[in-house]
Design a protein around this ligand. Structure first.
Ligand SMILES: C[S@@+](CC[C@H](N)C(=O)[O-])C[C@H]1O[C@@H](n2cnc3c(N)ncnc32)[C@H](O)[C@@H]1O
Length: 254
């Protein structure tokens, strides 16, 4: 583990080990709705090199992207700090008869590879040094591609907070409690303060980190199909509208 961030990593690992029990129950996490899964499959197939390529999924969690990529024929290594999250990914891979190499460790110390591509979804916000991790992935895929899958999570934005609050109220009134949004749903403020991207993710922030890490030919894509499918997968139109954020990919070459 990276000595610089040992304490932060320990706290983050404990959070996700605890969250592993309920992570897949929250909207959009496990991608179990057929149309949502189909939209993500199309995204991976479009943005990654052809199937058969070796793909590192950094911060793979319970394997949402890893499993879809394995299903598409990629050779996937799932890297995560949390053994609890990875155990869920392994269990689901076994159930589905998919090959998955799971590695416990911090994102800034990836296995040496070489990988043809590195993907991440919803990891950058929780890294103590996102640029350092992105640079490490470039070395592990030195002739490969980066695919960053993110959403506009504007933590400090008043409108976004209002939407989030309204969605929680609608869920409560409809008796549809979001298990991930309970007491274990957020980091302590002082942990958040130590993570450069935790207070809000945006296209600008993601592109800036990717460029600073030395990736080349950086391009972006809005993931409208993923948004569309997520709205359709929500329990009601109102919740679909309140909970679906703009989604985007940042793609780059090593
Ligand atoms: C929001 S979850 C995203 C999981 C998965 N990528 C997905 O799309 O569902 C963040 C994941 O990042 C992992 N994580 C947090 N910090 C990490 C780090 N420094 N190195 C590797 N994994 C980390 C957590 O254990 C958790 O599984």
């Amino acid at each position: 583990m990276s000595d610089d961030h040992r304490d932060l990593h320990e706290r983050i690992r404990a959070f996700w080990d605890e969250d592993a029990r309920i992570y897949d129950r929250a909207p959009g996490h496990a991608v179990s709705h057929p149309a949502e899964a189909a939209a993500w499959r199309a995204t991976l197939r479009r943005l990654l090199p052809p199937p058969g390529a070796a793909v590192l999924d950094a911060g793979a969690g319970t394997g949402a992207m890893s499993l879809l990529a394995a299903e598409l024929g990629y050779r996937v290594t799932a890297l995560d700090l949390s053994p609890g999250m990875l155990a869920e990914a392994r269990r689901k891979a076994l159930e589905r008869g998919l090959a998955l190499e799971a590695v416990v460790g911090p994102a800034d110390r990836p296995p040496p590879g070489p990988f043809d591509a590195v993907i991440e979804r919803h990891l950058l916000w929780t890294l103590p040094d996102p640029v350092g991790a992105l640079a490490a992935w470039r070395r592990a895929a030195s002739a490969g591609r980066l695919v960053v899958l993110e959403g506009n999570w504007s933590g400090r934005d008043v409108a976004a907070r209002a939407r989030h609050g309204a969605a929680a109220t609608v869920r409560r009134l409809a008796g549809r409690h979001d298990p991930h949004g309970g007491h274990h749903g957020e980091y302590e403020p002082e942990l958040t303060a130590a993570l450069p991207l935790a207070s809000g993710m945006s296209v600008d922030a993601a592109v800036d980190a990717v460029v600073r890490a030395g990736w080349r030919a950086v391009r972006i894509e809005r993931l409208r199909d993923v948004e569309w499918a997520a709205r359709g997968a929500a329990p009601s139109r109102l919740l679909g509208w309140l909970e679906t954020v703009p989604r985007f990919a940042v793609v780059a070459d090593a």
